[in-house]
Design a binder for this molecule. Structure first.
Ligand SMILES: O=C(O)CCC(=O)C(=O)O
Ligand SMILES: [Fe+2]
Length: 227
């Protein structure tokens, strides 16, 4: 399942991020590419653990923590500290699958990558190309969102970023270990939660049917979640 979440950052926050990032030191993304990725990765990144990456990353995590749609879709257990990348001058990231396990630098913590996220920090008209193309059960989906919006997709998907032939594409990207490892189970829980939220908004709160549906949600979560 591929989910776009709008307005993770407002336009003023995006502008503040961009100011910081444009003045920052960027390094060759190859420095952190695994053997599989290094043949296809051509971009720039901010150093992991830099003060800027940490402070912007923490801001993103705080925002996401208060977003019911993100919590419902990801059921996050652990989140890899957000990283920042930039593609320009033909920069691209060819087809790859993200590594299954990522150790958080400077810690002994390992994140199993269940979900991958890209939070766009450039507006689509600022650059040519740079679509995130994600392979799914119904073919390839090309994603290019407004600045401040984020896409979530299963880390098991083959994906690529097409070459940026004009301007620059700046983004934050990171991985999430979900309490529900199985993509199919997580999708069912997300769909069920959306229905419950919809029925609640329609004024059915407190009715026996909605209570029962809410019970089913929690009982499935109890079965499928690990903490
Ligand atoms: O830049 C993006 O949108 C995705 C980056 C990516 O796929 C990766 O770093 O593994
Ligand atoms: Fe990737």
């Amino acid at each position: 399942m591929l989910i776009s979440i709008e307005n993770v950052l407002g336009k003023d926050e995006v502008a503040r991020f961009r100011q910081g990032l444009e003045a920052a030191e960027w390094q060759d993304g190859l420095q952190t590419a695994g053997t599989l990725a290094s043949a296809v990765k051509r971009n720039l990144q901010i150093a992991d653990g830099s003060e800027l990456a940490m402070s912007l990353g923490n801001h993103i995590l705080r925002k996401l923590g208060s977003m019911p749609e993100f919590i419902s879709a990801a059921l996050p257990l652990r989140i890899y500290p957000p990283k920042f990348n930039c593609y320009r001058d033909g920069g691209t990231y060819g087809a790859h699958v993200d590594s299954a396990l990522m150790q958080v630098p400077g810690t002994s913590l390992t994140v199993r990558t269940d979900l991958s996220a890209t939070l766009f920090l450039s507006e689509p008209d600022e650059y040519e190309g740079g679509e995130l193309q994600i392979e799914g059960p119904f073919g390839v989906q090309a994603v290019k969102l407004d600045a401040g919006d984020m896409v979530l997709y299963p880390s098991s998907s083959l994906h690529l970023v097409s070459p940026v032939t004009r301007g620059a594409r700046i983004a934050s990207f990171f991985w999430i270990q979900s309490m529900v490892q199985d993509e199919g189970e997580r999708t069912l829980l997300y769909d069920l939660d959306r229905s419950i939220q919809g029925l609640t908004a329609a004024g059915l709160q407190g009715t026996p049917d909605l209570l029962q549906l809410t019970g089913v949600y929690h009982n499935l979560l109890r079965r499928w979640a690990s903490t």
